[in-house]
Design a protein around this ligand. Sequence first.
Ligand code: TPP
Length: 325
Amino acid sequence: MNPQTDISKEAALALLRVMLLARRIEERLIRLYHQGRIFGGVYCGFGQEAIGTATTAVSSADDLFAPCIRDMTVHLGRGTPPRDIFRQFLGRANGPTRGRDGNIHYGELHRGVFAFISHLGAMLPVVTGGVMARRRLGRPAVGFAYIGDGGTSTGDFHEAVNFAAVFDVPVIFVVENNQFAYSTPNAHQFRCRSLVDRAVGYGIQGVTADGNDVLGLHATVGALVAEIREKPRPVLLVCETMRMRGHGEHDDGSYVPRELLETWAKRCPLLVAREQLIAAGIATAAELDALDAAVQAEVNEAYQQALSDPLPNPATLMEGVYAVG
Ligand SMILES: Cc1ncc(C[n+]2csc(CCOP(=O)(O)OP(=O)(O)O)c2C)c(N)n1
């Protein structure tokens, strides 16, 4: 099977659209951050857009997700409109957290997306438990739990993967191996040859994928999800990719070798998808340019909408923060 051609034009363009949306939204957020107009930090998924895009594209309504800070594409892929993302970052009263929390620390349970507690593994047991609970209620959920290379060193990662293995919980543990955990390179993070080697120790299937190839990932994860929906079990999916900006926009990432960034820039997932679609005759360059222009216009409009929306009333600050009684 050739993943570059065994996809409909509509589905292929939908994948590219989500990646473009994320990139264009983040470009705007970076500018806003440097203008001091964002509440909290900005953490970008530049270079990693294919992963959340492909995994959400093969998901179903009952599935559960725990995105990390760079996974804007998970929110978009599950249907969060760009205006709600801007409302969140601009602390608007009608955003997903109604101005209570900043940046990407939000979720929408009706879309199957948990608001995350920590980037470092705390959500992995939550997804595992959530999937078990849904399945007990007769809902055929599959879980998608995202984690960085650094996050795989935590106890939460171990507990969640081991538990899911023992109880055959269908969760895809999606490792986004972007080579750095803040300033810590992989060489100082783990000793195994590849993170996928860890699957053996848990007695589960491990799969390595090119994290910058959205069409390939779409085919790989589509097949995996179909299998584990049928026969529930967890999978460790290691996506090789690169963090193309600093840890957050406060960090210039000067500790990352420039040559490494230059090499990976040639493998930018947006670029790779564009070239594949054109080479496979699925779309023309002009069509893809038009798609990008339409996405940019949609992002501009979403931003303007959020900008005109109200900030929360300070008198209501404590409402909706703690559970009552
Ligand atoms: C207990 C704890 N220690 C440190 C941090 C700060 N911190 C947040 S993310 C992060 C690095 C995560 O690296 P990785 O898991 O590889 O994900 P990436 O940021 O590369 O996507 C660190 C050190 C934290 N949030 N919590």
